[in-house]
Design a protein around this ligand. Sequence first.
Ligand code: 5GP
Length: 196
Amino acid sequence: MSSEPRRGRLIVISGPSGSGKSTLWKRLVQLPGVAFSVSATTRPPRPGEVNGRDYRFVSDEDFDRLVREDAFLEWAEVHGRRYGTLLEDVRHALEAGKDLVLEIDVQGAEQVRRHREFPSVSIFVMPPSLEELERRLRGRRSETEEQIQRRLSIAAGEMQRAGEYDHKVVNDDLERMVAEVCTILGYEEPAEEGRG
Ligand code: 5GP
């Protein structure tokens, strides 16, 4: 008696910068039936980022207006800039029966959990240790020393909130972690690395 169309879920992914959550996100959104939302942000684009694909890059005034209009499912200030998930993206994906993957911070995840209108599953990606996280952040060579220290102290705070999530996965090995998340979510196959 399951004639009702499948209803999509929100898949919330959080974790410290350098934990591998973005790589996990990229792999999940390649799977059939999985969509992603393009967050609005007040941070300026980085080289190579495209408006409307990576983020919707908006002014502070535009962000204020979106908040006033209740356009966001959730929004938060992260590293001094504001980021938010648009309800329009959420409704569009879930009504189409897709799961929508949100790669958002711990404050946003809390708001999604409280929202209740949409079914959600939350996953926190842990680095194996803070030492390993520091090594990875340094390996990226994209941040200054000050930014690295800032990200590490934020990471320690975020990791203390991992218990608020439905699931916690440790990224000790990327393929193993992707497979674990696919099992948690009931997805058939992780997409192959390096394709597409
Ligand atoms: P970045 O500026 O490096 O792309 O992202 C910085 C942080 O913002 C990441 O931790 C990411 O998870 C978070 N973030 C990106 N989009 C959103 C969003 O729509 N809502 C919230 N709450 N956090 C977001």
